[in-house]
Structures are given as structure tokens and as C-alpha cells.
Design a protein around this ligand. Structure first.
Ligand SMILES: Cc1cc2nc3c(=O)[nH]c(=O)nc-3n(C[C@H](O)[C@H](O)[C@H](O)COP(=O)(O)OP(=O)(O)OC[C@H]3O[C@@H](n4cnc5c(N)ncnc54)[C@H](O)[C@@H]3O)c2cc1C
Length: 408
């Protein structure tokens, strides 16, 4: 396992940092803001401008093939994201595009690629991923949204949920079920859809933070031309897996507050008239968080070493995601406790930069769910890292409409 960059990686890291620094201030030089305090429309304009700037400089979607404007390097994409993390860049409206692009490259017709890929790279269109439904999340193959073919069109009826950014999206991908008489992983079909198509209703979900990051999406008699289908009829599962494989690279980023921010808080606040950092209970928590952070760094170094050698990261990336998300929630919660009565204030004018603890506390439960829940990750670790017996899968060979959950 390598802990250091190779000379080429170090040189790319320097180049990336200098370029970012010439366009955006450091987070440490700006006031902390939380999502509920920013106007999403203004943030979207800033995000689109930043994405276009990156595309012009060759730093947008670095993991994409060179032919589509990327640099064909997952390693450089990770390095760029690590460096970007220190700067006050706009919210990310393009995570979906970054992993939907490769799906379109693999399955889209030349016409579809010409129409969408460049606009994705430059952030000119925002994309939504409509996979999850009220009864299909961890078990994604349980999708019930129906697709029925009528001439050259498909008519879609159903409901999606937790669809990030749907209210801002121009385009989306939707996985549907066209055949209920075959087992659940079969009978699925994947489409691209213009989010302004009649019959699509987007209802934002109000979150604990006051912001609305995700939505319910209702699809009523939505007509999608067959030319917008990705992959063969019934091959939607393979297409969806391509999307999920690419999504894996975007779910292992680091989160703030981390140990450093908690240390800073403990230096500045007092317990019983003494700096909190001198309190033995707090010192124990700091030591614990530090050990945890170090473990995550080591596992991430292993993943990066694999990427650097052109290999795919192994299932141990699930350990990093599981521990990281839980540490995020714990650090946020400890920081709020340390602020005592002020811990519940969610206005950055009142609490200043320590707002990241309140913000992290509200965001972290979602991080433990998105991109694989804790339990699903533990299953992966049990089965693929520790080699324990597989989870029981009783519905694998049963036709969807014969499932006891009422798949019909
Ligand atoms: C911030 C955020 C953004 C999201 N964005 C999108 C998006 O843009 N598009 C989209 O399609 N979806 C999105 N999602 C949805 C996300 O993919 C699902 O929430 C996730 O897959 C879990 O599915 P679920 O919510 O239906 O929970 P379920 O799968 O119903 O799980 C409920 C509980 O049961 C547990 N469980 C389920 N199966 C097992 C098992 N086999 N063994 C043990 N325990 C199990 C789970 O761990 C969980 O605790 C987003 C979610 C979040 C939090």
C-alpha cells in the first residue's frame, strides 16, 4: 500500500491546487454557510459557472474518457476532488451527470451521445436519477413503476422517491418494469426522459435542515419515445448496474466536521471554567475519533493504491463508507453537545463557523443511507471481505407477480 503520491500524482495535485486557488477562495477564508441559508437558484447558477470553467480547463469529470472531455484517470479525479474539498466551491449539482455520463457512453446511440454528453460535461443541463421507489431502495430490483409500449412510445406510470435535485433537473433517467411475469431482475427497462414531459410532477421533500435536497416524483401517463431507451428491452438491470458501479466513486468523499474541526472547537470552548480540550472525557473522544480517522485514511490509501495501479477498488471500500458516515454523525453530535445550549441553534449568524456541527448532524443520517445503507454495507463486508455465508435470497427465481409482497 502506498501512502504517498507518485511524482506524477504529486505534480498533478500541485497543478490542480494552484488552478483551483486562482479561481476560488479557501473555505477557511470564507464564512461557513449551510444549505438552508443559500438560495438554491443562485447556487445553481454559481455551480453551472464553476462546472463550465472546469470543463474549459480540462478538469470536469476527469474520470471520463478523453474522447468525451475527461482525462481518463480515476486517480486524478480523486486527487482533484480532494484538493477541491478545501475550497469554497458551490454545491454539487452534477454528481448525477458524472456517473450517468458513462452509462450513456456505453448504451446510448450516437445521436443521444451527441445531444447530451457535452452539455453534461459543461453543466448546461442538470440530471436526476429516478431509481428509488417507496418499495424499492436497497432492493432496487423491486421497482414497480410500469412501462407499457404503445407504438413508438412507452407510457410510464408510477412513483419515484428521494430523487436528488429533480426540482432543478432538465433531464432524468428512469428505471421501469415492463414485464411482471419474469423474476425481478429481469423485466426492467431503462429510459432517458426530459423532466418537462407532461405527466411528470416533482414534489420537493422538506428535510430537517429546512432545505429540500430530494423529491418525490409522480409519473402519470408519461410518454417516452422508444429512441430514449438505453439498452435492450428487459436489460434495465445491467444498465442500472453500470450507473451504480460509476456512482461508487462519488460516495466515498470525506466530510466536515472532522477531528480537526472538533479539536478546534474543544480548544475554544470551556468545561467548568477550563478549556474543553483539557477535559479527560473530551480527550478520550478525540483519541477515539483520531484512531477512526486514521483507519479510514489507511483503507482509502489501499483503495487509491489500487486505482493508481489501474485496478478496481475492492469491497473494502464499503468499510471506509460505513465508518466514515458513522464518524461524521458522531463528530457532529459531539460538537453540538460541546456547544451546550447553543448546540441547537441552526443560524450561522449566531454560532459562526461551528454551524458545520449542526449542519453535519442534520446531513449525516442521509449519508448513512445514500449509496448503500449501513446494513447493506455490513452485508457486503460480511460476505465479500470476511467470506461469511450469503444473505438468504428467496425471491431470486420467482416471477415478480408471484412474490408474496404483491408484485402484481
Ligand atoms: C441523501 C440521499 C440522496 C438520495 N438520492 C437518490 C437519488 O437521487 N435517486 C434515487 O433513486 N435514490 C436516491 N436516494 C435513495 C437511496 O438510494 C435509498 O434511500 C437507499 O437505497 C435505501 O433504500 P430505502 O430508503 O428504500 O430503504 P430500505 O431499502 O427500505 O431499507 C430500510 C431499512 O432496512 C434495512 N435493510 C434493507 N435491506 C436489508 C438487508 N438485505 N439486510 C439487512 N438490512 C436491510 C436498511 O439498511 C434500512 O435500515 C437517496 C437517499 C438519500 C439518503
Amino acid at each position: 500500500m502506498d501512502f504517498e503520491d507518485t511524482p506524477q500524482e504529486a505534480s498533478f495535485r500541485r497543478e490542480a491546487r494552484e488552478w483551483i486557488a486562482s479561481h476560488v477562495p479557501l473555505k477557511s477564508e470564507t464564512r461557513e454557510r449551510v444549505r438552508s441559508e443559500t438560495d438554491p437558484e443562485e447556487e445553481k447558477v454559481r455551480a453551472q459557472a464553476w462546472q463550465a470553467k472546469k470543463a474549459d480547463a480540462g478538469y470536469a469529470f476527469i474520470h471520463w474518457p478523453k474522447a468525451y472531455g475527461g482525462r481518463d484517470s480515476v486517480m486524478e479525479a480523486v486527487i482533484f476532488a480532494q484538493e477541491e474539498g478545501a475550497f469554497a466551491t458551490p454545491d454539487d449539482f452534477f454528481a448525477n451527470s458524472s456517473f450517468l455520463g458513462p452509462t450513456i457512453m456505453k448504451y446510448g446511440s450516437e445521436e443521444i451521445k451527441d445531444r447530451y454528453i457535452l452539455k453534461m460535461l459543461r453543466g448546461e443541463e442538470i440530471w436526476a436519477q429516478m431509481f428509488s421507489e417507496p418499495s424499492a431502495g436497497s432492493d432496487l430490483a423491486g421497482i414497480r413503476t410500469r412501462a407499457e409500449q404503445e407504438g413508438d412510445d412507452w407510457v410510464i406510470n408510477g412513483q419515484k422517491v428521494w430523487t436528488s435535485l429533480a426540482q432543478h433537473s432538465d433531464m432524468g433517467v428512469v428505471v421501469t418494469r415492463h414485464d411482471r411475469t419474469v423474476p425481478k431482475h429481469m423485466g426492467l427497462t431503462y429510459f432517458l426522459v426530459d423532466m418537462r414531459t407532461p405527466g411528470i410532477e416533482v414534489v420537493p421533500i422538506k428535510q430537517i435542515s429546512g432545505a429540500s435536497h430530494f423529491n418525490e416524483v409522480f409519473l402519470t401517463d408519461v410518454r417516452i419515445p422508444d429512441s430514449m431507451r438505453l439498452g435492450a428491452v428487459g436489460d434495465g438491470w445491467s444498465v442500472a448496474l453500470t450507473t451504480l458501479m460509476n456512482e461508487r466513486f462519488s460516495t466515498s468523499r470525506s466530510h466536515r466536521p472532522d477531528v480537526e474541526e472538533f479539536l478546534e472547537l474543544a480548544r475554544n470552548l470551556e468545561i467548568d471554567g477550563r478549556p474543553a480540550i483539557e477535559n479527560s472525557g473530551i480527550r478520550e473522544q478525540i483519541a477515539d475519533l483520531y484512531v477512526c480517522a486514521q483507519g479510514i485514511r489507511n483503507i482509502q490509501s489501499r483503495t487509491l493504491t489500487a486505482l493508481s495501479k489501474g485496478q478496481a477498488p475492492g469491497p473494502e471500500a464499503s468499510i471506509a463508507k460505513y465508518v466514515n458516515a458513522n464518524k461524521f454523525q458522531r463528530t457532529s453530535s459531539l460538537g453540538m453537545d460541546l456547544q451546550e445550549m447553543a448546540g441547537i441553534i441552526t443560524d450561522s449568524d449566531e454560532v459562526g463557523d461551528s454551524i458545520i456541527f449542526q449542519s453535519g448532524f442534520m446531513q449525516s443520517p442521509g449519508i448513512r443511507i445514500a449509496g448503500g445503507t449501513d446494513e447493506i454495507l455490513l452485508n457486503i463486508i460480511a460476505e465479500r471481505v470476511l467470506g461469511l455465508p450469503q444473505d438468504i435470497r428467496v425471491d431470486k427465481k420467482v416471477a415478480f407477480n408471484e412474490l408474496p409482497t404483491g408484485g402484481a
